[in-house]
Write a protein that binds this ligand. Structure first.
Ligand code: S3P
Length: 171
């Protein structure tokens, strides 16, 4: 069985959709951030602070390599920056069906208002940061995905219904 992998920006709803999808398909769910935190006994923000972003990106690559060795059929939610490495895009492609959950910058800002867990969005001018990063990343997400689903103004179950519809025959 193929894996279903969700990619997209912070706040696009990947984790919530993956949890719901795993429930509806009765498949196990993996979140790459959570896997990394579990393995290294540190939260993502702490990894960024103590070891730096590059080290975290290496951990993401190694996480994908480990997932590739498993038997498949899982729902995989990924960190927002994971598809930015070309190597990771190759790994994602071999891992299964990749779905990009697209979101507008305004939605990200309202969903992540007051969030302190995303190191890349801390400090001043959060809206500007989100806009800039999203603009840069959007074409990369698109190129890495088999399907794109818009998530603004949708509740998790609507997103999951769409994923199930679109992946019929791909699973
Ligand atoms: C990041 C997204 C985060 C986490 C880390 C870096 C990014 O995951 O991996 O803070 O570069 O976009 P979520 O997309 O689950 O928030």
């Amino acid at each position: 069985m193929k894996n279903i992998i969700l990619i997209g920006f912070m706040g696009s709803g990947k984790t919530s959709a993956a949890i719901r999808l795993s429930y509806r398909l009765r498949r196990t769910m993996v979140d790459t951030d959570k896997e990394i935190e579990r393995l290294h006994h540190m939260e993502v923000a702490e990894i960024f602070e103590r070891l730096g972003e590059e080290e975290f990106r290496d951990m993401e690559t190694r996480c994908l390599e480990r997932l590739a060795k498993r038997s498949g059929g899982e729902i995989i939610s990924t960190g927002g920056g994971l598809p930015m490495r070309e190597e990771n895009r190759g790994l994602l492609k071999n891992l299964g069906t990749v779905i990009y959950l697209r979101v507008r910058p305004e939605t990200v800002c309202s969903r992540l208002d007051g969030d302190a867990s995303r190191p890349l969005l801390q400090g001043k001018d959060k809206e500007e940061k989100v806009k800039r990063l999203l603009e840069m990343r959007a074409p990369v997400y698109e190129s890495a995905a088999d399907f794109v689903i818009d998530t603004d103004e949708k509740v998790t179950d609507e997103i999951v219904d769409e994923i199930l519809e679109r992946t019929e025959g791909w699973r």
